[in-house]
Structure formats: structure tokens, C-alpha cells
Design a binder for this molecule. Structure first.
Ligand code: ARG
Length: 578
């Protein structure tokens, strides 16, 4: 049981003893100030109001029950009806012992694991990954790591944009004489070809006709066209995979299941919708009209699923993907880590699936939407000339800046370690800057603040971690045994313990809300308290009591483990020295 779950069960019994009906929530939160205890209960006050009884009398009754519990040192009722809870030190030290002895900081895997599909990253083929792919990739990967750590069966799905009319143009161009089909074009070549093809398509009617006929050939699985198309996809994904590797993203080639993978399912999806009488013929197209989505004229909005020429759309593919994930992958939950601008699209897909009744009723569908990356002036983050920034260029710049920062710090690391630190700082800073903001809002991309060693940043956390490693290096002569006990004499030691014990509750909350920034804030709180603890509680002094010294070293140990696991869940690698 986590700390919060334990308190919740105590308060629930206290409510029962005090005749508060079960329907009233306990409302337990962290206390804002130490004199108000460790945790605060607000539920009794709310219940008293609704039940029209004296709040302070009710709070006293609840507090009296809580005070008798062995794990509670004291519980006090305060006006107008809060209850402040102080946790028993002995219970804290027992909990700390569990954390100390466990390599997972005491976090058990889920007893009934869910099968969770996560749709993230999903770049479009024949284009280099750009900054706008960063958020989905980084946030999705962190969620995937967290859910896996908590014991769920996680299935990553990279829903790449690998199908559509653009491939007809691209193949037509690659085939034409002046491009002299290159055996192994690079992705940057493909992107240029694609731009040239688009231009030609708009200007040259013969070329446009040819390109359109190639789309038809491709869609009817003509082996020659499929072969070239496969090559284009392969070149693109090979390069994207290198970006994933640089960014320490856990996606592999096996997780790629793009739009093209659903081709064969599309006619079946249409048939299903016809059978449910959901499709209407509208100007030759097949459309589902959704009553609760209104268009500009305030009429039910139509979602086109098949065009008059028989072609399918992004929506059709997404319906097929939903079907596949529910039935073939047996998902109990599906998480879409997709740009907030696609909110309506996804809501429509979820609504159509519900109307058609083609996925189990209890399947949980979540859209983890995110905002945009902005520059200092509040505009979408682009190059000076207004072009999209390639992800590989962004990573190069991060590495360059980290190299300079490390040089300024006169670090005397050996070459191999120096490279590791530069990498950890560069990648850590980019990912952490993104993950530490509430994903639902836009955020301002700022090199200086993300690479600063002060504040809620990756460099700060990475540095705190190396401080602890340096303490371990200097205290090698002290042997701590598993049987050694914690002794929490100073207020800051007790505070550190409470923060460490909270880790599991924090992870549960991140799982529930899908918001990695909650984990970031927690790690920052932990690291900054560690810095104060280390300043006021000497560890390496010779005149310090050995019991105290060991207890403090054990606190360092749990702190380091928590930071490492926490950063790992964010996809950020730690280093032992800087
Ligand atoms: N490739 C799409 C784009 O770049 C995003 C795909 C999101 N996932 C999905 N199942 N629709 O806009």
C-alpha cells in the first residue's frame, strides 16, 4: 500500500466511525506548512456542511479516532474543520527500510495488468522528422516507460504516415530521366524530390496524370510500385530510427504499424458501418453524420469515410486502427499521444466506433493532447527564415551548446566520460524542457533556460545525482548493512523521508492523469530538498555519530535510486560524474 492509500483507508474507517456516509470523499492532500502536519484531511468539513452538522465537532470526532491509530503520531482538528495529520516516525523508518532494500524503491507491479496500446511519434514518410514531432515522441515514450514500469502490458504503435497520394508523385518523379533513379537516396534527397514533385504536379498536367495513375497502381498492390514505395518507407524509417536512438526513445522497427498496414481492413470497416445503417451517400461520398458535432451552419457534422472515387481517408484508417487494436491486440486501453489540433478528429473516431458498437464497451480511450512549441515571441518555433526545424539539426545544436557549457565548467573528465555527459545534458535538456511543462498548454522553447544548472531543469537534476555519487565515492570506507536503522533527528531528514515515501503516489498520479510534468516537479522537489539536507546534515565529517552517518548515507542511497528511476521513466540517462 502506498502512503496515500494507507492514509485513505484510515480516514475512511474514521469517517465510518463518525457516521459520515460512504459517498463523501476523504479529500487528503499534502499540508502546505510543517506546523499543519504532514497531510491534511478536508473531507470531514465538506461532509459536515452537506449534512448540516457542526464541522469542528465532526472534525474532532474523526481526529480522535485517527489519533488512536498506531501509524499516526497525532491528528488535530482545526477551525473551520480541517484535520492535520502527523505521521508516526517509527512507521516512516519502517517504510524507508523497505525502500532502501528494494531496487524498485518499493514499487510493486500492478496485480491486474492492463493491455495498453500507445500511439505516438507517428512521423510522415519521405519527410525528415521536424520539431513538431518532438512532443508526441517524447511524451508518448515517457508514458510508455512509466506504464511498463508499473507492470502493464504496453504495446507501442508508431502510426506512421506511409500511405497516400504523395507517393504517386514521388515515384513518378524518381522514375523520370532527370532524376536518374538513385539506388540509395538519403531521406533529405527524398524530401527535396517530394517538393519538386509537388511543384511539377501542380504545373504539368501530363505529370499529374501519370502520378495519379501511379497511386492507383500502388493501391492495387502492383509489385513494381510496392517495391519502390517500400524502399522509400525503409529509407525514411531507417533515418528516423537513428533519431530515436540519439534521443533515447524506446521505439523500434517492430513498433511501426503505419497507415498502410490497415489497407486490407478498410472495405470491411465500410461494410460494418453500412450494416449499422450509419453511412449516408452525400455527393457520391460515404459519410457518417454525427448529431452532437455541429458544422458552421449548425447542422450535424459529416465525417467522410470513402470519397466518390472510392478512395479512403485518414478517418477510415483511424477507425480500422481502433478496430485492430481492440480486437487483434486485445487492448483494454488505448492512448493517443496526438497534437491538440486533432482533438475533434479523434472525438469523431471514438463517437463513430461507439455508435457502430464495434469495440468492447469497457475499452478506455484516451487522448493525451499537447500544445505547440513556441519561440520567444509566441510564434510556432521555426528557423529564422520561417522554415520548419529538422529534429536532427535541433539535436546537433543541443550537443554543441552542451559541449560549450561543459567547457566553461572546466570539467576534468576523460574523453569517453565527457562525451557521455554532453549527450546526457543535451538530450536530457531537450526532453525535460518539454516533459516538465503541463502538456496541454503551448510552451516556449528556450535554450538558455533548459540548459541552466539552476531551477527545474535536467542539468540541475543530473548534477544533483552526480553529487550523491560523489558522496558514495568518498564514503567507500563506511560499510552500511541491510540491518542498519534509520534515525531521523533533524526536521529536514524527516522531510526528505516523507518525500521519498511519496514516490509511488506520484507515479500513480502520473499514470492516472497522463501528465509527466507531475513527475518532473516531484523530482525537482526531491533534488532541491536533497541539496538543503546535504548542506545542513554533514555526512563525511569525521566527528559525526556512526549511526547518524549510516542513516544519512541510506537516505542518499534512496534519493539516488529515486532520481535514477524517475529520470529513466522520462527517458533521461544519468551520469556518475560531471
Ligand atoms: N501522422 C499524423 C500526423 O502527422 C499523426 C498520426 C496520429 N495518430 C493517429 N492514430 N491518427 O498528423
Amino acid at each position: 500500500m502506498t502512503l496515500l492509500q494507507h492514509l485513505n483507508s484510515l480516514v475512511t474507517s474514521a469517517f465510518q466511525q463518525s457516521d459520515i456516509p460512504e459517498t463523501y470523499p476523504t479529500l487528503i492532500s499534502l499540508s502546505q506548512r510543517p506546523e499543519f502536519g504532514d497531510y491534511q484531511v478536508n473531507g470531514a468539513m465538506q461532509a459536515a456542511k452537506a449534512l448540516k452538522i457542526n464541522p469542528i465537532a465532526l472534525a474532532e470526532k474523526v481526529a480522535a479516532y485517527l489519533s488512536k491509530q498506531p501509524t499516526i503520531q497525532s491528528a488535530q482538528a482545526c477551525k473551520p474543520g480541517f484535520i492535520n495529520i502527523f505521521i508516526e516516525d517509527q512507521w516512516l523508518t519502517e517504510k524507508l527500510n523497505n525502500l532502501y532494500l528494494s531496487s524498485r524503491c518499493g514499487i510493486k507491479k500492478a496485480s491486474s495488468p492492463k493491455t495498453i496500446v500507445i500511439d505516438y511519434s507517428h512521423p510522415n514518410i519521405a519527410k525528415e522528422m521536424a520539431v513538431h514531432h518532438l512532443r508526441s515522441t517524447v511524451i508518448g515514450d515517457s508514458i510508455a516507460r512509466l506504464l511498463f514500469f508499473l507492470g502493464h502490458n504496453v504495446i507501442r504503435q508508431n502510426h506512421i504516415g506511409d500511405w497516400g497520394t504523395q507517393f504517386g508523385m514521388l515515384i513518378a518523379l524518381l522514375e523520370s530521366d532527370e532524376y536518374d533513379y538513385i539506388e540509395t537516396p538519403k531521406l533529405s534527397d527524398l524530401e527535396n524530390f517530394y517538393k519538386a514533385a509537388k511543384k511539377r504536379f501542380d504545373q504539368d498536367t501530363d505529370f499529374a496524370k501519370k502520378a495519379s495513375s501511379y497511386v492507383v497502381k500502388l493501391q492495387s498492390n502492383d509489385p513494381y510500385f510496392i517495391k519502390i514505395w517500400k524502399k522509400i518507407v525503409h529509407i525514411s524509417m531507417e533515418q528516423n530510427q537513428q533519431i530515436y536512438h540519439r534521443l533515447n526513445i524506446s521505439l523500434t522497427a517492430a513498433d511501426v504499424y503505419g497507415e498502410s498496414a490497415y489497407n486490407d481492413l478498410l472495405p470491411m470497416i465500410i461494410k460494418l458501418l453500412v450494416k449499422k445503417e450509419l453511412l449516408t451517400q452525400h455527393n457520391g461520398a460515404k459519410v457518417v453524420f454525427l448529431e452532437h458535432f455541429k458544422n458552421k451552419e449548425n447542422e450535424p457534422m459529416g465525417v467522410i469515410l470513402q470519397k466518390s472515387d472510392g478512395g479512403y481517408l485518414y478517418s477510415t484508417t483511424d477507425l480500422a486502427a481502433l478496430y485492430y487494436r481492440a480486437h487483434n491486440l486485445d487492448a483494454t486501453e488505448i492512448i493517443y499521444c496526438v497534437d491538440a489540433r486533432q482533438t475533434q478528429h479523434l472525438e469523431q473516431i471514438f463517437s463513430i466506433a461507439a455508435l457502430a458498437n464495434f469495440i468492447p464497451k469497457d475499452i478506455v480511450l484516451k487522448h493525451y493532447e499537447f500544445g505547440m512549441m513556441l519561440d520567444a515571441t509566441g510564434k510556432p518555433f521555426k528557423t529564422r527564415s520561417g522554415k520548419t526545424i529538422k529534429l536532427s539539426d535541433l539535436l546537433d545544436e543541443a550537443e554543441l551548446r552542451s559541449t560549450n557549457i561543459l567547457a566553461e565548467r572546466h570539467s576534468d573528465l576523460e574523453e569517453a566520460d565527457r562525451v557521455k555527459v554532453i549527450n546526457a545534458l543535451a538530450i536530457g535538456a531537450i526532453k525535460y524542457a518539454d516533459l516538465s511543462k503541463n502538456r496541454s498548454s503551448n510552451y516556449v522553447f528556450n535554450w538558455d533556460s533548459m540548459l541552466s544548472f539552476e531551477g527545474n531543469t535536467a542539468p540541475y537534476l543530473l548534477y544533483a545525482y552526480t553529487r550523491i555519487q560523489s558522496i558514495f565515492r568518498k564514503s567507500k570506507h563506511i560499510t552500511v548493512q541491510d540491518t542498519d536503522k534509520f534515525s531521523l533527528k533533524e526536521t529536514i531528514e524527516r522531510k526528505m523521508s516523507l518525500i521519498l515515501i511519496r514516490f509511488h503516489d506520484v507515479l500513480n498520479k502520473v499514470e492516472k492523469e497522463g501528465k509527466p510534468h507531475l513527475l518532473c516537479s516531484y523530482l525537482y522537489e526531491l533534488a532541491s530538498h536533497f541539496m538543503s539536507f546535504y548542506e545542513s546534515c554533514p555526512i563525511l565529517n569525521t566527528n559525526i555519530d556512526p549511526e547518524q552517518q549510516k542513516s544519512r548515507l541510506m537516505l542518499c542511497d534512496i534519493t539516488a535510486k529515486t532520481l535514477k528511476i524517475g529520470l529513466d521513466l522520462l527517458g533521461i540517462q544519468t551520469v556518475d560524474r560531471m
